[in-house]
Ligand binder design. Sequence first.
Ligand code: SF4
Length: 422
Amino acid sequence: MSKIFCNYPWVHNYVHPNGKYRLCCTTSQDIVTNDNYHSFHAGKHSVEDYWNSNRMKQIRRNMMNGIKVRDCEKCYQQDEAGVDSLRNTAGMNELIANTAEDGTYNKPANYMQLQMTNICNLKCKMCSQMYSHMNGLELLEMGKVSPEWLLWVKEQGANVNNWTNELGEKQEWYKDEHYKIKMFEHISKNINDMNIIGGEPTLVPEFYEMFEYLDQHGSLGKMSITLVTNLTNTNNKLTKWLPKLKSWRIWASVDGVSDRTEYIRYPSKWSKILESLDFYKQLAQTSNGGITLSPAIQLLNVDQLDGLIEWWKGFVGGEINEKFGFTWLATVWYPLICNPNIAPQRWRERLADRLSLYKFDQFYDNFVANLRKEEIPLAKRQELQRSFIRYNDAQDRFRGIEKTWRDLCPDLATEIDHEQNQ
Ligand code: SF4
């Protein structure tokens, strides 16, 4: 089997929240235009404009000739480490046979990931300006009170906030009418399988406009759609469109039970999350839909892992199955202060002892076993714990919230104090 080839440059379109076209969600490289100095952008270029651009042809040529592509470095690293990567070689021979020697491929993709925007109504602990403009706005507001704090956050980079610039700016590629309609046309004609992500897509009027367009053009029946949502907002219009789809699935971003998810996904409300889950559950029971719980497992909720799974089982009627599933894909490793591996060794071992009494699946067992490993040496852990404290204490004070991380995770707070003094 090829160690280089991947079918994504043949079958997939990806639009990042900032509007840039990329090969897929794994890469951080934008597709450059033919001048080599700009990037293709959904508000300025159509899918057809980039599909057979010089860069796309070069990527396909390289893949066909066994030459590594820099965009795919992360997948190669995961493959070499024996970890499952997104790289997919399905249909390789046929795709190559239908590709010109210079890399031109004249069929359109039929699979797409559309990140509508970075507009969001939440400021989640593990998020950044790239996926929530509210996160950026809050950083700016906090920076007015303490410029020194904002500078520290920037300097910390991926340690505390996955820093990106352009704080507070909304990314709205679909505001260009011409390219918005071109995108809807492409989706309607070619795409059968689509993931829609934000920001929070349900806040964007063009999200509903797209469904209306697809409905009017008779395309919903051939499409399977996955919608990633924070469940703070539902719209009755979805009851008209979702049942017309070939299939649909909600990836439900819920990070804990009750006040824990409210803390991590600030300022969400548990009662509203339950109401939205109920909305989709009812709809799933009468159409070809389902819900997958997709928690961002991290330091601030890992102690609730067994409780969260048990709560989800109860909510969906006892068993996790194809209709009502669970995924580990949203597990958080960055920013590093959210990574469970920075927790004190004694706390992680005690937690692993308790969590191992609960039985779920192989990923759960692996996850719990990994908690016992000392992945990050003591000195580095202590440094990251200090960053965790500084970041969360400052945010809790600024938000004026009732229950701080110390109230919600008292054992963790005690053990961090203990490990800091070692
Ligand atoms: S190899 Fe990985 S990074 Fe490259 S296109 Fe495929 S999935 Fe994306």
